[in-house]
Design a binder for this molecule. Structure first.
Ligand SMILES: *[C@@H]1O[C@H](CO)[C@@H](O)[C@H](O)[C@H]1NC(C)=O
Ligand SMILES: *[C@@H]1O[C@H](CO)[C@@H](O)[C@H](O)[C@H]1NC(C)=O
Ligand SMILES: *[C@@H]1O[C@H](CO)[C@@H](O)[C@H](O)[C@H]1NC(C)=O
Ligand SMILES: *[C@@H]1O[C@H](CO)[C@@H](O)[C@H](O)[C@H]1NC(C)=O
Ligand SMILES: *[C@@H]1O[C@H](CO)[C@@H](O)[C@H](O)[C@H]1NC(C)=O
Length: 306
């Protein structure tokens, strides 16, 4: 009797263990199949929307950029442009000479050239600066004005209540002061109307309303669109393709080349892409759009090449 009970208990246990084992295996298998989905959430869901292509060459309007001081107009036009990203993929590229030999060199925020010349070059034609980076940019004006071209321009982007002329906020006054001091540099702000156009462009290209999807556009987004407006051909240095962070990585790559101890690039991209609470950048989604634009506007990518 006792033996029979323990036998049936044993087979019951075996059954339970096998069921658990099968469930675990299934979960692990499903989990690994789902990795791509979770990385690209929440934007993955909008992947099959109908993309309404916008011709960015016709998209630009004359009144998109206003001079911070004086009466200059934003009329920079280039045949060939080098768009130097702030990613540490540029480190070790030795692309500095090639970048410096390009007609126009475009940089972002407070990305320095001093100390990194051999990889990122030392000329600057256009710098696109986020409202949140203004203080960092202006803390070291000599670094950033080092070897700026004679026709160099800085474009500041941000919410109109922060950088708008009408708002007369602290940030605007600081930019205005700099613009008065360095009269050989042309400083422009993006108008409120143009800011709305950047939002609606994001909506058309991704199927997602920027505000409703709690997204922040990145300086990379603004810089890429402005580069397409002003350049016939664009070579991008240091930008990874959209699927880059899916692959398993062994080495950490700092998000910014000038912050070696800063956060890892893929961790920053994936966390931003999948965050729902609060507003976040959609770096991976933006790169999916850039990949499409690359074919339309002769954009090529190097370090890494794709
Ligand atoms: C811009 O202002 C300068 C003086 O600051 C003036 O000489 C010039 O004519 C103005 N240009 C235009 C296009 O208004
Ligand atoms: C930086 O600028 C100088 C000219 O002042 C140039 O001769 C040099 O080749 C540049 N360096 C690099 C690494 O691009
Ligand atoms: C612009 O002015 C600053 C300071 O006045 C100077 O360091 C820089 O070399 C000038 N740049 C050009 C292109 O003239
Ligand atoms: C595209 O751009 C590259 C440089 O970025 C240039 O070498 C090439 O000639 C361009 N192609 C066309 C069709 O203009
Ligand atoms: C999103 O990216 C920014 C850099 O633009 C970074 O400072 C922030 O920590 C990132 N957020 C998350 C949740 O990783």
């Amino acid at each position: 009797m006792g033996l029979r009970i323990s036998k049936s208990q044993h087979s019951q246990r075996v059954t339970i263990f096998s069921v658990i084992f099968i469930l675990m295996t299934l979960l692990i298998l499903l989990g690994s199949n789902n990795i791509n989905d979770t990385i690209y959430a929440p934007f993955h869901m909008a992947a099959n929307h109908a993309i309404k292509a916008t011709d960015l060459k016709k998209w630009s309007t004359k009144d998109g950029y206003v001079p911070v001081y004086g009466n200059k107009t934003m009329n920079l036009r280039c045949h060939d442009c080098a768009l130097v990203t702030s990613s540490s993929h540029v480190l070790g590229s030795r692309a500095g000479e090639e970048i410096d030999h390009t007609e126009c060199v475009i940089r972002m925020n407070d990305a320095p050239t001093l100390g990194f010349e051999s990889d990122v070059g030392n000329r600057t034609t256009l710098r696109v600066v986020a409202h949140s980076s203004v203080f960092r940019v202006l803390r070291k004006p000599n670094d950033l004005l080092h070897r700026t071209d004679a026709n160099a321009a800085f474009i500041f982007w941000g919410p109109p209540n922060k950088i708008g002329k009408e708002a007369k906020g602290t940030l605007f006054r600081i930019i205005e002061r700099v613009s008065m001091t360095y009269s050989n540099l042309s400083c422009f702000g993006i108008t409120a109307n143009k800011m709305r156009r950047f939002d609606s462009l994001f909506h058309r290209e991704t199927g997602r309303d920027r505000q409703q999807s709690h997204s922040w556009l990145s300086t990379g987004w603004f810089t890429m669109v402005i580069a397409i407006e002003i350049c016939d051909n664009i070579k991008v240095y240091g930008m990874v393709p959209p699927n880059h962070c899916i692959k398993p990585r062994t080495k950490k790559i700092p998000y910014h080349y000038y912050k070696p101890r800063g956060p890892d690039e893929c961790v920053t991209y994936i966390q931003n892409e999948s965050s729902r609470r609060g507003n976040h950048h959609r770096f991976i989604t933006e790169k999916q759009v850039f990949a499409r634009w690359a074919k339309l506007y002769n954009i090529s990518f190097t370090h890494p090449e794709w």
